[in-house]
Design a protein around this ligand. Structure first.
Ligand SMILES: [Zn+2]
Length: 292
């Protein structure tokens, strides 16, 4: 596949013509988040990497222009290993988004971080395979971005402050182990991830975070614990029903938290004026195409 500079027109007729700089903040999460927005409208976006998981829903929240994208599609069509992470991030960037909050459901590798706890990880251990891991996958210009600190310090601070102001149980820091799925871990794998220093285990945080960095976007994962992982719990192991039930009951306060975190994110900055290290990730590098 050859990546062409800039987003192409979709074959589907968007409900409104696309305008650049339509949003400053992106949220990649479930469709449940749309209910926040005032003046919400959907836009279909096409990218050099194909269509994103769904139309992007644009709207206002507390005076900020926000773009929501359902990671798995509004009908939850795409399992974690089939999500088009490259298209999702490219689509958001092409709409003007430079800061992304990425809520996701995770298992806990620490018994003290039980279901309902919200964690803002500061590290990631990538155990995924066979996904499209980079936007720079063609022979030619070689692009290595720094990923020592995978998440945005300013985004993490905004979420941490929103958590401190909330009644939610939470933890700031920790390593998120990302497994390929869609199956859950064996007990031995889970204990291995724990011994390796993992705090949480999920299936979607990579390559999402790495692609955001490749596109010079600020990116912050906000993880909601839905279960204790197989190596930590002493029952019959994690089930899908358990995860879904916990997620449903935790959603209202979790949504409120994301809304509060959006309010606390730094003001929008132009690409030339941005000081955050995330936004400078490709400075001085020769890119094979212009970023949207
Ligand atoms: Zn940043």
């Amino acid at each position: 596949m050859t990546a062409q500079p800039g987003p192409a027109e979709s074959d589907d007729q968007p409900t409104e013509p696309l305008r650049r700089d339509d949003a400053e903040i992106g949220v990649i999460g479930g469709s449940g988040f749309y209910s926040f927005l005032t003046d919400a409208h959907r836009v279909a976006v096409m990218t050099p990497f194909g269509p994103p998981s769904d139309d992007v829903v644009l709207g206002d929240l507390h005076g900020r222009r926000v773009a929501f994208l359902a990671r798995h599609g509004h009908d939850h069509r795409f399992p974690p290993h089939q999500v088009n992470y490259r298209a999702n991030l490219w689509a958001l960037r092409s709409l003007g988004v430079r800061q992304v909050l990425s809520p996701c459901a995770v298992g806990s590798l620490r018994p003290e971080l039980g279901p309902g706890t919200v964690v803002v990880p500061d590290q990631v251990i990538d155990r995924t395979w066979g996904r499209a891991h980079t936007v720079y996958d063609e022979v030619g210009a070689v692009v290595h971005v720094s990923f020592a600190d995978p998440y945005c310090a300013r985004g993490r601070a905004a979420v941490a402050q929103a958590l401190a102001d909330s009644d939610l149980p939470y933890a700031v820091g920790g390593a998120l182990v990302v497994i390929n799925g869609p199956r859950f871990s064996t007990r031995a794998e889970s204990q291995w991830h724990q011994a390796a220093g993992g705090t949480l285990v999920g299936m979607t945080a990579m390559p999402e975070a790495a692609i955001a960095r490749e596109l010079a976007m600020c990116f912050t994962t906000v993880a909601l614990v839905t279960d204790l992982d197989a190596g930590v719990e002493h029952g019959d192991g994690v089930t899908h029903d358990q995860v879904v039930a916990t997620f449903a009951s935790a959603m209202p306060p979790f949504k409120a938290l994301i809304g509060a975190a959006i309010q606390g994110l730094p003001a929008a900055e132009s690409d030339s004026a941005a000081e955050c290290a995330c936004r400078r990730a490709v400075d001085g590098l020769t890119l094979p195409f212009a970023l949207p």
